[in-house]
Design a protein around this ligand. Structure first.
Ligand SMILES: [Zn+2]
Length: 331
């Protein structure tokens, strides 16, 4: 009898595997120890003359997607996740921190959760990831933040009050700085409100003397231009990075999920301060990336978050770029 897919339930597959194992001589069974370590959590590529490294702050499990994503039906969420072979019960985000070494300057984009465990204990890996990647935090000249949320500014200040990047200057939008450090501005129903305000104050107030406020369209450092994309927060921004002939857009939290927020880009996210404005920014920027074939690095997309945006139907489709682990190659 031919074994077809229709015949192969889980039980059938197990039965086949069991029969094969029984047929092998006992000496052919694997003896390598189980529980080996995972691969290092950094990835390196070139952008023009610059050398870029994605380092992780660890996975951020957001929980039930039906709580986190709005303006979309439960059935649409279920179908989209199922069609993309993603789990239905937990939306897991990455935290892809980008480090760009221009040769004469090292710039790091967003800093992860620090020691805060609001989303569990898999976050807070940035210092270890930097060590794995051979990057000395003291060599970082500039820390650019897309916005003042806990998972982006949380890694500036250690629990003993010292700076993780002792020689850096810091860049953020002034409205975000003022909003998230002032408890009279954040609405009372904002999710995990005390934690968001507390971490913004803990991490941003101590570096106030080396904080620079960027403006829309401003080249904040050579090769780095801030582009305002508000809505997720009041002055959330993305950054166009240029070196030689290379161009990449670091999109921060323009989209948190490569399926749910792109297939239907008007879907809203529970942590947006203005979800309608956020969707407008998303559509405007994604149209620009698609039309100009600009590669993006998305902070929360599946590791390492590098790819392109294509238009598809009324929304977009994210196409991850192939990883080259044979050489440090151009994006
Ligand atoms: Zn985020």
């Amino acid at each position: 009898m031919t074994i077809t897919q229709a015949h192969l339930g889980r039980r059938g597959l197990l039965a086949c595997a069991g029969a094969a194992a029984l047929a092998l001589p006992t000496g052919a069974q694997a003896k390598m120890p189980l529980g080996q370590a995972q691969a290092p959590y950094f990835y390196r590529f070139k952008l023009g003359d610059a050398e870029c490294t994605v380092v992780t702050d660890g996975q951020l499990p957001l929980g039930d997607p039906k709580t986190a994503f709005r303006n979309i039906t439960d059935e649409q969420i279920d179908r989209s996740l199922r069609d993309n072979f993603l789990p239905a019960s937990n939306a897991v985000l990455e935290q892809n921190v980008l480090v760009v070494n221009f040769g004469d300057r090292v710039v790091l984009f967003d800093t992860g959760m620090g020691s805060d465990t609001l989303f569990g204990t898999t976050t807070g890996r940035l210092p270890a990831s930097l060590r794995q990647a051979g990057i000395d935090p003291a060599a970082v000249d500039a820390v650019v933040m897309s916005h003042a949320h806990i998972d982006h500014c949380g890694g500036l200040i250690a629990d003993d009050g010292s700076r993780h990047f002792p020689n850096a200057q810091y860049y953020i939008g002034q409205p975000d700085f003022e909003y998230w450090t002032d408890e009279t501005k954040v609405p009372s129903n904002y999710p995990a409100r005390p934690r968001f305000i507390g971490q913004a104050r803990k991490n941003l107030l101590p570096v106030r003397d080396s904080l620079h406020f960027y403006k829309d369209g401003q080249e904040i450092l050579p090769g780095i231009t801030a582009l305002s994309a508000p809505g997720h927060t009041v002055s959330h921004s993305v950054f166009m990075i240029n070196s030689g002939n290379g161009q990449l857009c670091y999109i921060g939290d323009l989209a948190h999920h490569p399926v749910l927020l792109l297939e239907r880009p008007r879907t809203q996210f529970a942590y947006d301060t203005d979800p309608v404005q956020s969707a407008e920014s998303r559509v405007r920027m994604m149209d620009m990336f698609a039309a100009n074939r600009i590669p993006i690095l998305a902070y929360h997309f599946a590791w390492p978050g590098i790819g392109h945006i294509a238009k598809r139907g009324d929304g977009y489709h994210y196409v991850p770029a192939p990883m080259n682990l044979d050489a440090v190659s151009q994006i």
